[in-house]
Write a protein that binds this ligand. Structure first.
Ligand code: GDP
Ligand code: MG
Length: 297
């Protein structure tokens, strides 16, 4: 299980196309500070992308992310190579005035579009490096209430520029019923505010298994996740990635415990190609058109 990502299982045709073109996939994490973004990034890609520069003391705090950091890893699976980049962003919400905290994040996304456009305009376009953000995981505090005004502001700034995937952070702090209710409430808020989140496309000409998998994933949004980069002992003696509490262990990779597995499956298996396509064909294209119009081209 460790190190297994799953992108080598993409449908064959897609797979061959991607291998030929070279595989670049970028995920960004956004949300208030302390919601477990950096931890989830580690959990997602298993191999710690943040090797501690010096050995941490046993109870050392995870350093707070202070700047937008982009970390890449080349992952190989069944002979398929993927350059995976994660853009970790500093948390916001720590200040009395958070009005413009979305700005550096939107600017980062746009500068990646800029860099792509600049490469497209070169004479030699054979070696385009695609650093555009293909998916943005938006972390929601597990309050059990509603979206905060700051969340709504952020999502509205982001939704025309990235595939937004909402996530309930630290889902181990809510009961199953609370998670279900909170999910419904979040989706209602998102609809009310006309926020566009990534829509998992439904397939028609696919086998039943593929359709069932797609529907299952769609039904989990917003994913309720638990992050941990620690291996702990489960009561039955298994070693699992999870969080250990006086009353038991929450397993990251157990679908009965949280939606982490489904989230990863969506990102790197089921919908990677769709996320890339939508970014290129719709989000980037709209941005490009607007940019050229504003320049009077
Ligand atoms: P960030 O500021 O969003 O990057 O948050 P960090 O990843 O630095 O985590 C902040 C704190 O929350 C750390 O003490 C983590 O151990 C803890 N944490 C991370 N993920 C979870 C989770 O899923 N559940 C719980 N209960 N705590 C978590
Ligand atoms: Mg962080």
């Amino acid at each position: 299980l460790m190190g297994y990502v799953g992108f080598a299982n993409l449908p064959n045709q897609v797979h061959r196309k991607s291998v030929r073109k070279g595989f670049q996939f970028t995920v960004m994490v956004v949300g208030e500070s302390g919601l477990g973004k950096s931890t989830l990034v580690n959990t997602l890609f298993d191999t710690p992308l943040y090797p501690p520069k010096e050995p941490l003391a046993p109870n050392a705090e995870r350093p707070q992310t202070v700047a937008i950091e982009s970390i890449s890893a080349d992952i190989e699976e069944n002979g398929v190579r993927l350059r995976l980049t994660v853009v970790d962003t500093p948390g916001f919400g720590d200040f009395v005035n958070n009005d413009d905290s979305w700005k550096p994040i939107v600017e980062n996304i746009e500068s990646r579009f800029d860099s792509y456009l600049e490469q497209e305009n070169r004479v030699n376009r054979l070696k385009i490096v695609d650093n555009r953000v293909h998916a943005c995981l938006y972390f929601i505090q597990p309050t059990g209430h509603a979206l905060k005004p700051l969340d709504i502001e952020f999502m509205r700034r982001l939704h025309t520029k990235v595939n937004l995937i909402p996530i309930i952070a630290k889902a181990d702090t809510l009961t199953d019923d609370e998670v279900a209710e909170f999910k419904a409430r979040i989706l209602a808020d998102i609809a009310y505010h006309n926020i566009h989140i990534f829509q998992a496309p439904t397939y028609e000409n696919e086998d039943e298994e593929t359709i069932a998998e797609a529907e299952e994933i769609a039904s989990k949004i917003p994913f309720a996740v638990v992050g941990s980069d620690k291996v702990v002992w489960a009561p039955d003696g298994r070693q699992v990635r999870g969080r250990s509490y006086p009353w038991g262990v929450i397993e990251v990779d157990n679908e009965e415990h949280c939606d982490f597995v489904k989230l990863r499956q969506m990102l790197v298996r089921t919908y990677m190609e769709e996320l890339r396509e939508y970014t290129n064909d719709v989000l980037y294209e709209n941005w490009r058109t607007e940019k050229l119009l504003s320049m009077g081209v």
